[in-house]
Design a protein around this ligand. Sequence first.
Ligand code: ATP
Ligand code: F1X
Length: 308
Amino acid sequence: MIYTVTLNPAIDYVMHPLTLDMGFTNRSSSEEIHIGGNGINISTLLNELGVSNVVLGIAAGFTGEYLIHRLQEKGIASSFVLLDKGNTRINVKLQGIVMTMVNGMGPKISQKKVDELLDRIDGIGEGDTLVLTGSIPKSLPDNMYDVIMRRLDGRGIRFVVDAPGDLLMESLSAKPFLIKPNNHEVGRIFGAQPETPEDCMPYAHKLHELGAQNVIVSCGGHGAALVDENDEEHIVPTAKIKLVNATGAGDSMVAGFIAKVNEGASFEDALIFASACGTATAGSKAIAKRSTIDRVVKALHKQMGIED
Ligand SMILES: Nc1ncnc2c1ncn2[C@@H]1O[C@H](COP(=O)(O)OP(=O)(O)OP(=O)(O)O)[C@@H](O)[C@H]1O
Ligand SMILES: O=P(O)(O)OC[C@@]1(O)O[C@H](CO)[C@@H](O)[C@@H]1O
């Protein structure tokens, strides 16, 4: 079974302002409400692909209730520790010519609730995949992902980690099956400014040498680089789309890669499919639907000269 952990889930409130003037009242031309947080996005895309998975996380208040209700509607299994106080955060995404995001801090979480979540995570075992992704709420220790991986060490679990700089580097000693930083994160870690998959390849090798089995570095519309567990390099372009909302494109890429590898596909095929999933989401209002993914896979195959 695939489990995703979202310690700080969110309601993503996407607004489309025509202009954005700081210090003035701005008007949105339309808005949408989606459930979010990286783990939840990954679960949503896996569910679109028909891959069973379970969302684990911490939720609170009326926004938490809404989140759980939407997951139920989608038929995604979830197990949330519920807080007595506070609300699951609302993250505001201002989609103009560029996307500006204001992400909430999220509710305060007591040690008792953390222990409750850890107890649930303890049920995960041999052959399962555990996806640890997204920011760690301020009230939890920074090394929370490390704590979880050490607790489950030796059980034959595939760990997938997609987390910002320090957290990602700390996770490497647990030899995660997959990490997926983007080119900006890799640039911050190594003090460089890589843009393209080719620029990112040397850094993907370094992260692989430091312990990650498979390293994907995504580069937005430029595509992605992969160094796989056999130390082989792969580069994938992206299909051309009209950008609608790139929120969750990276999560969709992770979901697509896990889904294909779990099916037994080669790393090359998994990366191509993952790229298509990311692009499909970037060209959609929310996490991509299966029909959009299928269309983008076809377009990307054609672009790459691959026969369907
Ligand atoms: N503008 C775009 N056009 C086509 N594909 C895109 C675009 N932006 C993203 N993608 C696809 O999504 C993948 C992941 O995107 P990106 O590198 O932006 O990840 P990310 O920064 O982790 O995203 P996020 O944090 O928004 O989920 C890319 O490798 C690509 O396949
Ligand atoms: O605040 P975090 O946890 O770093 O990121 C949360 C978030 O921005 O990431 C997802 C993908 O972009 C969104 O659904 C969500 O709002």
